[in-house]
Design a protein around this ligand. Structure first.
Ligand code: SAM
Length: 261
């Protein structure tokens, strides 16, 4: 097989630690109907197939790798193109899982896409830049706590791996990495639609140093409402349940909260 050169524009850093690859794929609980994002040369794919999975689909943007993978894994479904434009609903009728060592430059966009499809995605196991992984899994009252932490943790139970050093990849990335494992929780209906919830959470974090009373001024909430104690807090001081409560209350008062998807 021809030697594959890594392409910077696709965020290609190939995992070369076989033991780590096996550990990552073993984390997956739901093993029927899986999308692997960015399989690269197939280091995770090989382990998934060895550990028995069904209905595995690969999504890879690099045509050279698509050709390589189709020779290495004949018969496996490979979707050539950008994961961000892939319509998950056309892929699986049932619920499914996601696994992948992500292209780090688009990892936040991939998480938002997963959240948009949260009721179909039972689980995801993904490797990403350590700082982004820490933000997603962050507890409240920390600098790393933000929109991604609140939205992801509202719908998924999360765990974070130890740090993974650059020398586990070829070429090595400039940053450390971590694996996050997310399993869908029981929050199916939190009492407010996802897009409204997302808009309110985004508004709360617009300026982290401001109190909620100031951050949410653009929603024109009544003074009686914003005089309560919670509005003297900053967004990072709110627990997940506080965000859910606050969003529902705001939605009751202001049905016109405009969503910006
Ligand atoms: N999984 C392989 C591994 O662990 O060695 C490769 C990981 S590499 C960090 C990221 C992979 O995602 C590359 O194969 C790259 O071509 C692919 N990729 C980049 N952007 C993508 C996109 N928008 N949609 C699908 N795949 C993408």
């Amino acid at each position: 097989m021809t030697k594959i050169k890594s392409k910077k524009k696709f965020g290609q850093h190939f995992l070369i630690n076989e033991e780590l690859a096996s550990d990552i794929t073993k984390k997956l609980i739901f093993r029927d109907s899986i999308i692997e994002i960015g399989p690269g040369k197939g280091v995770l794919t090989k382990n998934l197939l060895a550990q028995k999975v069904s209905n595995l689909v690969l999504s890879e943007i690099d045509n050279d790798l698509v050709t390589y993978l189709s020779i290495r894994f004949p018969g496996l479904k490979i979707i050539s193109g950008d994961i961000l434009t892939l319509d998950f609903n056309k892929l699986f009728e049932n619920k499914f899982s996601i696994i992948g060592n992500l292209p780090y430059n688009i990892s936040s966009q991939i998480i938002f896409k997963i959240l948009d499809n949260r009721d179909k995605i039972l689980e995801f196991v993904i490797m990403l830049q350590k700082e982004v992984a820490e933000r997603i899994c962050s507890a409240y009252n920390k600098k790393s706590y933000g929109i991604l932490s609140v939205l992801t943790q509202t719908y998924y139970d999360m765990s974070l791996s130890e740090k993974i050093l650059p020398n586990n990849f070829e070429p090595p990335p400039r940053v450390d990495s971590c694996v996050i494992h997310a399993v869908r929780n029981d929050n199916i209906d939190i009492g407010i639609g996802y897009n409204k919830f997302k808009t309110i959470v985004k508004n709360c974090f617009q300026n982290r140093r401001k109190t909620l009373r100031n951050s949410l001024k653009n929603l024109n909430l009544p003074k009686e409402f914003t005089s309560s104690d919670i509005f003297s807090s900053r967004a990072e001081q709110l627990k997940l349940n506080d965000f859910i409560w606050l969003s529902k209350e705001i939605n009751k008062i202001n049905h016109e909260v405009r969503t910006n998807k």
